[in-house]
Write a protein that binds this ligand. Structure first.
Ligand code: PLP
Ligand code: SF4
Length: 350
């Protein structure tokens, strides 16, 4: 069983509040994604089909990461000295309902023009501390391959930019849109890392696998970002099979992200403790190669921080006591007077 876009629309329009939801946050879904929906409310449905809870006032923010204040020129977010996030387009092939930047959907999709591009490039050029440019959006791979190539070449002409990173969901939501021309443009801009956004093993269809294989075969290193989402992937079994599948596709799991405090998305947010528990469970089951970092992007532009499960059970004058793989205790000897320093470092975990 799968759905067409028309069938999905008919099902959701039964709710009288849906018109208002769509006015604020339009529905956009690719035929590829619609075909992956097997039943109402399944993990693909939850991610892409509008829900009336999206217009509920739930204490979230319109710009949860305070990006507008950190934007020196249109489209650039400069929070960390050595890297800059460049939102080259606001277009996406499909709209994820939990999106941090969904405020941009309502204002209409703005196409950045040449003047914006030149301002952004000029800013990067004038800041020799910037070593890495991260193309994001929107989805940078929705740009025409020629435009993408032009942007990548312009960045490559800036000598202090060492690394280019591209954040995209396109290989997952519309694999057929990734053309040979796109792959060649990415390949030419090396060293370049491609990070895909993927949340559930059901998203890794035959077509998606084929496209990821072609990208890896072109020599482009792949990483992934996964958002921890209630009733989508909020259990260790789903994430274990996702991370294992990604690793076999030569995609290294990079971040597992706690959802941002975006207004109208609280029905997607699990408690913070859940992610920590899941990471603890996965730590000894999964190859280290398949383990992402669990991150929270702090509200108000405070930056990303990692939440790490603790395996420390106790510290005394002579030993640290760790929880072992099988739930036992292992003690590790301490150097003279080290225990006070360790206690300070780990106080928050004890
Ligand atoms: C997430 C983010 C980055 C990249 O952070 P990494 O931890 O290097 O992946 C850079 N700039 C901004 C503004 C970001 O939000
Ligand atoms: S692909 Fe990214 S930017 Fe686009 S709607 Fe989904 S989460 Fe938002």
């Amino acid at each position: 069983m799968s759905y067409t876009l028309g069938e999905i629309k008919k099902l959701i329009m039964a709710d009288p509040d849906m018109g208002e939801v769509l006015k604020q946050y339009p529905l956009r879904i690719t035929p590829h994604i619609a075909r992956q929906i097997k039943r109402v409310g399944d993990p693909i449905w939850r991610q892409f089909v509008p829900d009336v809870r999206e217009i509920k006032r739930d204490g979230g923010f319109r710009d949860p990461l305070g990006e507008e204040e950190l934007s020196p020129v249109s489209g650039l977010v400069h929070r960390y000295p050595d890297r800059v996030l460049w939102l080259v387009t606001e277009r996406c092939a499909a709209f994820c309902r939990f999106c941090t930047r969904k405020r941009l959907w309502a204002t209409g999709i703005r196409n950045h023009n040449r003047e914006d591009f030149n301002l952004a490039l000029g800013y990067i050029e004038g800041n020799p501390k910037i070593r890495e440019v991260i193309l994001s959006g929107g989805d940078p791979l929705t740009l025409k391959p020629g435009v993408l190539l032009e942007i990548l070449r312009a960045i490559r002409r800036i000598p202090h930019v060492e690394i280019i990173r591209v954040h995209t969901r396109l290989p997952v939501v519309s694999p057929k849109s990734i053309t040979q021309a796109t792959v060649l443009a990415l390949k030419e801009a090396q060293p370049l890392y491609l990070n895909i956004h993927v949340n559930h093993p059901q998203e890794l269809t035959t077509e998606v696998r084929r496209v990821l294989t072609a990208i890896a075969d072109a020599g482009i290193p792949l990483g992934s970002q996964t958002v921890l989402l209630r009733k989508v992937n909020d259990n260790p079994e789903t994430l274990e099979s996702l991370f294992r599948a990604l690793l076999t596709l030569r995609v290294r799991p990079y971040y597992l992200l706690q959802p941002d405090l975006m207004e109208g998305t609280s029905h997607f947010r699990p408690p913070l403790s859940l992610g920590i528990k899941i990471m603890k469970h996965l730590r000894h089951r999964l190859s280290g190669m398949a383990m992402p970092h669990f991150m929270v992007d702090l509200p108000g532009g405070g930056g990303k921080i990692e939440l790490v499960p603790s395996f420390i059970r106790d510290i005394d004058d002579d030993f640290v006591y760790f929880e072992t793989r099988t739930g036992g205790l292992a003690r590790y000897p301490l150097e003279h007077s080290e225990s006070r320093e360790l206690l300070t470092l780990f106080r928050e975990h004890l």
